[in-house]
Design a protein around this ligand. Structure first.
Ligand code: FE2
Length: 362
């Protein structure tokens, strides 16, 4: 018997509710190199919504859009814009995880139920987390289909750009709520707080944030929880919460083993990244010491580097991937470091604030 109260194996998928799933799926395929593996919609008997399943490495994204106004999907999109609805967990025993989580204080989003098709049965339930975001518990132990019931294969293979798995997903919550949500992950789901950044660690002249990184028992899931801290001007977290109209998933970090290749492909496809000032690279070598990558190439691609006791990491952040300044992606490569790039926060914040100022939100 495991001591983990709610044993979660991994993130099964992340579902985004979007205004136009067909066009979004095309963006993730062509710009992010995801292959489409499955589809659910009118042709598969789903008269409620259309979903496209995109896969690269072990990352699965589901893009869903409503087919009418009588379900909650349209309301979610009306309020939040495109964004993450469900960070779904893969578990063995849905009922046990759900009951334990609810016993420990989780709010119910979906009671346990079966989803069935010719390939077998999937058991599913869900609890609520920050904002209108949920965590599904999914067991596919009795299912041989390649995604979930009501989905059928509709495959478009793309050339992958090296994305392997979800490194972490950051949630932005309201002022004063970080500790409550960190407690939620530890008390309800058995996660551990592995890092705590205060506003002293993460601040610029204008804005600041605080963050606690929560990690699942098996170490495979990391959820930093951010809250805005007091600054002279509006922080990026406040801007997110204003435009998302509440707490939500701020960024999904995708891990690559070859960031040079991955970012080169992204840049070729026209994906926009936060601009890193040239001055960042002037002191890079003295700050991080020797790295395996070619500094000139790192600079050309605008990649950030940070070192800690265990090694270093390379990372870069996209601009928001929809019109509201809300959800964005991080691309990260780890060479020993298990951190989150604290040494880059300063340079990054200044870059983010430049973007905020352009949007009239600073
Ligand atoms: Fe991150």
């Amino acid at each position: 018997m495991s001591e983990d109260p709610v044993p979660i194996k991994a993130i099964h998928h992340v579902e985004l509710w979007v205004g136009n799933a067909k066009q979004s799926a095309y963006y993730y395929r062509k710009a992010f190199g995801f292959s489409q593996i499955a589809y659910s919609g009118l042709e598969t008997g789903n008269r409620d919504c259309t979903s496209y399943v995109l896969e690269q490495g072990s990352v699965k994204l589901v893009l869903t859009t409503p087919l009418h106004s009588r379900n909650g999907i349209g309301d979610h999109i009306k309020k939040h814009g495109d964004g993450v609805y469900d960070i779904a967990f893969h578990v063995d025993d849905v009922d046990a995880c759900f009951e334990e989580a609810v016993k420990r204080g989780a709010q119910i989003a979906m009671t346990p139920h079966d989803l069935t098709d010719l390939n077998g049965v999937v058991r599913r339930a869900a609890i609520k987390t920050y904002g209108n975001t949920i965590h599904s518990f999914i067991s596919t132990n009795n299912y041989t289909g390649h995604f979930l019931p009501t989905f059928e294969p509709r495959i478009y293979n793309e050339d992958p750009i090296g994305l392997r798995f979800i490194d972490h997903i950051v949630g932005n919550v309201d002022v004063g709520q970080m500790n409550d949500w960190a407690d939620f992950y530890s008390e309800v789901l058995g996660f551990t707080n592995i890092i705590h950044f205060t506003d002293k660690d993460i601040s610029t002249k204008y804005s600041a944030l605080m963050s606690k990184v929560m990690e699942s028992e098996n170490g495979r899931i990391k959820f930093p929880i951010n809250e805005p801290a007091k600054g002279l001007k509006k922080s990026q977290i406040e801007e997110f919460i204003e435009f998302y109209e509440g707490p939500g998933a701020q960024h999904i970090a995708l891990l690559t083993d070859d960031i040079i290749y991955t970012i080169s492909r992204f840049r070729d496809m026209g994906v926009e990244f936060l601009h890193v000032p040239d001055t960042y690279y002037e002191k890079l070598e003295s700050r991080v010491g020797p790295i395996k990558e070619d500094i000139a190439q790192i600079k050309e691609l605008g990649i950030l580097v940070d070192r800690d006791d265990e090694g270093y990491l390379l990372q870069l952040f996209t601009k928001p991937v929809q019109d509201r300044p809300t959800l964005f992606y991080e691309i990260i490569q780890r060479r020993g470091s298990r951190g989150f790039g604290q040494g880059n926060f300063q340079a990054l914040f200044e870059s983010i604030e430049r973007e905020q100022a352009l949007r009239g939100n600073l």
